[in-house]
Ligand binder design. Structure first.
Ligand code: 5GP
Length: 369
């Protein structure tokens, strides 16, 4: 009963999500439905994947196998559009007021999909959202571009309905080549006015080399495109130090840091996107009582709670706050302040930050904080 009350309170609080992978946030019911459909067509053997979808206890290795399955299921533009719409509606229903959604632009010649048309399908999904107003870099949406501008004009109609700011980060997958990574950065730059706000480096941490992605990341930096890196998901001191020395705007996870890496991180004050449930489920951290959240929080190091893959790990941002509260003893005011501080780490511009500050101030009054 008490637990449910705290969860309800976490839902009622405005929240900022900065580390959510689009396809990892797919609704479980949608994934099952799509997989069943592919089974009927004979593309996959449904009985072989059903268990992988339903089983929520997966190692990091198994999670990446599940992503391979998700990618087989999501090769169609219309499916990408549907998943995007559902994901944004789900975050909005959880009172997320600012969402940075990251996704890896995919090319699929068989379906006539290019990296650009993939992102256009994502943008179409944002324009299809019906339950909430989506703010997506409004000022420039009227300019003619490759996306149907009529389809997205309703995002900026200035109504007073519930609103969610959405910005996209384009992910470079660690399996990609230097050229492919560069293509993604160029696409992000070309689509900046449509709500693309930054670059992420993700994908299986035991695959690929930092040097392969460095030219593209350096180019993004030269063009003022903010960067976040998945960093330290596996023990790899050389790569972790190179990543920290690169001074990304944020990093995700930081699970396998040694003493020297903690020292560097803290001296550079790089904000960390923390995904508690994901870290435990993938066993990158053995248990919550040894999770680095506590140390970073007590050291007042910049951190933000995030979901990572809300669909794959059956969680929500409110669930992550509730978990942090029960594990680390955070009270309501502390949780609210933690959510509010994330405003300073968003990749959107100062105008959006200003509006978010107002939203949180007004929520604090309503919640009597
Ligand atoms: P997508 O980019 O297809 O929208 O989202 C799924 C992809 O995000 C996965 O294939 C993987 O590349 C990346 N991803 C999701 N969760 C994690 C994670 O916990 N760690 C890393 N390194 N990558 C992840």
């Amino acid at each position: 009963m008490e637990k449910q009350r705290e969860m309800d309170w976490c839902v009622s609080m405005p929240k900022i999500e900065l580390h959510a992978h689009l396809n990892g946030s797919i609704r479980g019911s949608t994934l099952l439905e799509l997989a069943r459909g592919l089974g009927e067509k004979g593309t996959i053997v449904f009985s072989e994947v059903e268990h992988a979808i339903l089983n929520s206890d997966r190692s990091l290795h198994e999670v990446f196998k599940l992503f391979d399955l998700i990618h087989i299921v999501t090769t169609d533009h219309t499916i990408v559009t549907r998943i995007t719409r559902e994901v944004v509606e789900d975050f909005a229903a959880d009172n997320v007021v600012y969402l940075e959604l990251r996704t890896t632009p995919k090319r699929n010649d068989l379906k006539g999909m290019t990296k650009q048309s993939y992102i256009e399908a994502v943008l179409k999904g944002l324009s299809d959202v019906a339950t909430v107003d989506v703010d997506l870099a409004c000022q420039d949406l009227s300019t003619k571009n490759s996306v149907d501008s009529c389809a997205i004009s309703n995002l900026c109609d200035g109504t007073t309905r519930k609103k969610i700011y959405v910005r996209l980060l384009l992910s470079i997958d660690r399996r990609e080549s230097t050229e492919s990574a560069m293509e993604t950065v160029k696409l992000a730059l070309a689509m900046r006015h449509l709500g693309v706000a930054g670059i992420d480096l993700s994908g299986n941490p035991i695959v690929g080399k930092w040097e392969t992605f460095l030219p593209a990341l350096k180019f993004a930096r030269e063009e003022d495109l903010p960067i976040t890196l998945h960093c330290g998901e596996v023990p790899n001191p050389v790569e972790i130090q190179a990543m920290l020395d690169f001074l990304p705007r944020r990093i995700g996870h930081a699970c396998c840091f040694g003493e020297e890496e903690w020292r560097m991180l803290k001296s550079y004050k790089i904000p960390v996107e923390i995904c508690l449930t994901s870290n435990i489920r993938t066993e990158t951290i053995s248990s919550l009582d040894v999770h680095h959240f506590a140390d970073l929080y007590n050291a007042e190091h910049p951190i933000v709670l995030c979901t990572d893959d809300s669909g794959v790990f059956s969680t929500s941002l409110s669930g992550e706050y509730s978990l942090a509260s029960s594990t680390f003893g955070l009270g309501r005011i502390e949780m609210f302040r933690l959510a509010q501080k994330a405003i300073e780490f968003v990749f959107a511009d100062d105008a959006v930050k200003g509006e978010l500050r107002q939203m949180f101030d007004s929520a604090a009054r309503k919640l009597n904080l």
